[in-house]
Write a protein that binds this ligand. Structure first.
Ligand SMILES: NC(=O)C1=CN([C@@H]2O[C@H](COP(=O)(O)OP(=O)(O)OC[C@H]3O[C@@H](n4cnc5c(N)ncnc54)[C@H](OP(=O)(O)O)[C@@H]3O)[C@@H](O)[C@H]2O)C=CC1
Ligand SMILES: Cc1cn([C@H]2C[C@H](O)[C@@H](COP(=O)(O)OP(=O)(O)O[C@H]3O[C@@H](C)C(=O)[C@@H](O)[C@H]3O)O2)c(=O)[nH]c1=O
Length: 295
């Protein structure tokens, strides 16, 4: 059966990567931004999804401002939890698949006492409003019997706002760049995530992937400081930067924020790997992002 995909949050970095991937596959898809489809409006969700009648909805819409969410709880929950619930209800009533994207921030090792990647079956314990709203979104998505929930982490690409772009911006300010070296996670190239989501949707539809939660992230874990080191090394190698800025490793205590972030949130991807989907080669992803941004 030829699948018809509907992408929400089309203007975000994952939304843009999904469009690029589905276009390359010559797939049948419609991609809607927050003006075309505001997922917090149930009547709009119903009428727009009914109008386009997809077999697969990939929800790439989200409230991702981790710090701002602490004081903007209602908005964060509206987008990250209520929206997926409205989409799930439509998918359930219309025999469609829902692919929901979630985050490593549903886990919460705060004290740096963990070194074992999180598997899908582990109990989430979010430290932030953002993490709790994403967990609520997982539960809402699971109300559709045909659901695939993919947790990912530290997403970057040539599109939108992300850590790679922040580092390049800071490098141009001729001040030392200070980055935390005691938070560990797996950077993930959003282009690889887009491909993995589409593969999972196809496998789920043919009965070759089971309903439920999957982890998809970068192929090895690093600290944010180590992530920045790779960004600057590759930017110099490709001539994007003349030289790397002074980069200083600091502790979380030296970079105070309103929100607690996990000290360790690396994701174990063996469940999706067993389906033939390799983890994201994030170092290659940085290279691809830089080449796309600075052709
Ligand atoms: N970025 C990251 O590091 C990580 C992201 N994730 C998850 O991955 C997914 C994709 O993230 P990413 O592409 O980075 O996110 P972006 O912030 O780049 O894009 C999110 C998109 O959602 C749209 N959006 C916001 N509110 C609504 C709404 N009410 N209705 C419809 N669309 C809306 C935004 O549109 P507008 O700008 O017009 O509001 C934006 O285009 C999300 O589920 C996110 O939680 C998981 C782990 C890491
Ligand atoms: C900009 C900057 C950040 N940092 C720290 C703050 C934080 O601990 C870490 C990353 O900061 P950012 O604000 O870029 O990233 P953050 O928004 O926390 O990233 C998270 O976003 C959500 C959406 C997710 O789901 C997570 O997987 C993760 O990607 O780096 C520095 O140490 N120095 C800096 O100059």
């Amino acid at each position: 059966m030829r699948l018809r995909y509907l992408i929400t949050g089309a203007d975000g970095q994952l939304g843009r990567c999904l469009q690029a991937h589905l276009t390359a596959l010559n797939a049948d898809f419609i991609a809607l931004n927050s003006t075309d489809l505001d997922i917090t409006r149930p009547a709009m969700v119903n009428s727009v999804l009914t109008q386009h009648a997809p077999n697969v909805v990939i929800n790439a819409a989200a409230y991702n401002a981790v710090d701002a969410a602490e004081s903007d709880r209602t908005h964060a929950y509206a987008v990250n939890a209520d929206g997926p619930g409205y989409i799930a209800a439509w998918c359930e009533a219309n025999d469609a698949w829902l692919v929901q994207v979630s985050s490593d921030y549903v886990f919460g090792s705060e004290f740096g006492d963990r070194a074992e990647s999180y598997a899908e079956g582990e109990l989430p314990a979010p430290l932030s409003v953002y993490g709790r709203s994403k967990l609520a979104g997982e539960l809402a998505a699971a109300s559709c019997s045909r659901h695939i929930i993919v947790r990912t982490s530290w997403l970057f690409s040539e599109y939108g706002n992300n850590f790679v772009k922040t580092m390049l911006r800071l490098a141009s300010q001729s001040l030392p760049v200070r980055v935390v070296n005691d938070q560990v996670g797996c950077p993930t190239y959003a282009g690889d995530l887009a491909a993995a989501l589409v593969t999972l949707a196809v496998l789920a539809q043919t009965g070759d992937a089971e309903v439920g939660v999957y982890h998809f992230a970068g192929d090895h874990a690093v600290t944010w400081f180590e992530f920045a080191q790779v960004v600057f090394a590759q930017a110099v190698e490709l001539g994007v930067l003349e030289q790397a800025p002074a980069l200083k490793a600091i502790s979380t205590a030296e970079y105070p924020t309103t929100v607690k972030r996990p000290a360790f949130s690396a994701l174990d991807c063996s469940k999706i790997n067993a389906l033939g989907v390799a983890s994201s080669d994030w170092q290659l992803g940085i290279r691809l992002s830089l080449l796309a941004m600075f052709p």
